[in-house]
Design a protein around this ligand. Sequence first.
Ligand SMILES: Nc1nc2c(ncn2[C@@H]2O[C@H](COP(=O)(O)OP(=O)(O)O)[C@@H](O)[C@H]2O)c(=O)[nH]1
Ligand SMILES: [Mg+2]
Length: 348
Amino acid sequence: MLQTYRAATVQEAIRLAKAELGPDALILEVRRISPLVPGQSREGTVEIRAVAAHHQGQSISRSDTPVAGSRAGEPTVRHLPLLAATDRKLQSLGIGPALAQRLARAYDATRSHPAEERRAALAAIIARHIAFCELPPGRRPAIIALIGPSGVGKTTTIAKLASQLRSRGVRVAMLGLDPNPVTSSLLTAWAAHLRIPSAVAGDRAELAQAVAAAGRADLLLIDTPGCNPYDQAQVKRLRDNLGSRDPIVCCLTLAVTGDTSELVDIGRRFLRLNPTALLLTKLDETRRAASSLGLAEQLRLPLAGLTTGPQVPDDLVPASPAALAELVAWTLDRELRLTTPPVGLVAS
Ligand SMILES: Nc1nc2c(ncn2[C@@H]2O[C@H](COP(=O)(O)OP(=O)(O)O)[C@@H](O)[C@H]2O)c(=O)[nH]1
Ligand SMILES: [Mg+2]
């Protein structure tokens, strides 16, 4: 069957045709058409007609089903609303309508550009909408506590952070705030393995003593037990133990593997502990990593770091507009290819 494709360039139109019809697609006709909106994007100014290799011997007919926007006498071309699909996909990842629309436009407008240009366009938009911060914060000594649900990677991330910062010359100590000697033993095992000083505290008084005893460290990393966000008593106990007036920077840690709207709900329950930074983990265990952007936007917390696997210390990278742009492009490239057959345009 004859298929029609529109794109900004001949190459792009051929790429679309081959993506759908296979590498041996026969290009029957190439023509220039006027831009759909004069003076605006050149997208859609080249039209090609192509047929799959196995259809070449069959009769070629044009569809006569009219669709909105088609002009009399022209073959029917139904534009797959790629822009709308991109926008919808981004919003389904928790990204707000304004940011989703800007990102979708940039993604769509840079379709035929080199990957680095597309990433740079996305990164520029992300930098204007999302706050980022560094761990550790500039002042010394710094005390950072990782808080969050159980199993999200708090202890592992502390080991990564401690190891990375120590190799940059920072004097680090690790403190476990956990009355349970079994669960706290993972932190002390990492500390022993990495040869980093550590201590375990069971409550607020012991934590204050341990902080005082670690006086020579530039940075104290406090590991906390997993906290059920739906159990208010647990959240309160953690808050009481950390103490809201102490100079502790609370860093909310969430794994991006769950449903984004529930993660936002969970994150909001931890806002009672006044976190001032967000760490997102397990990016390797999702195919919708762009939801990181949605989480940061909805929780309104500066994004500090991203973890991409269990390896200590390598699988932790600082968060940045460039890193998030990479996640957005990667997610969209994959998701739109999976959910919008064929790529870019549909001919009826
Ligand atoms: N795939 C993957 N696994 C991770 C990551 N971070 C931590 N883990 C693993 O997740 C599990 C729970 O980690 P842990 O640090 O004990 O979580 P915690 O309960 O929040 O302290 C462990 O098996 C870690 O190796 C990550 O970024 N990716
Ligand atoms: Mg732990």
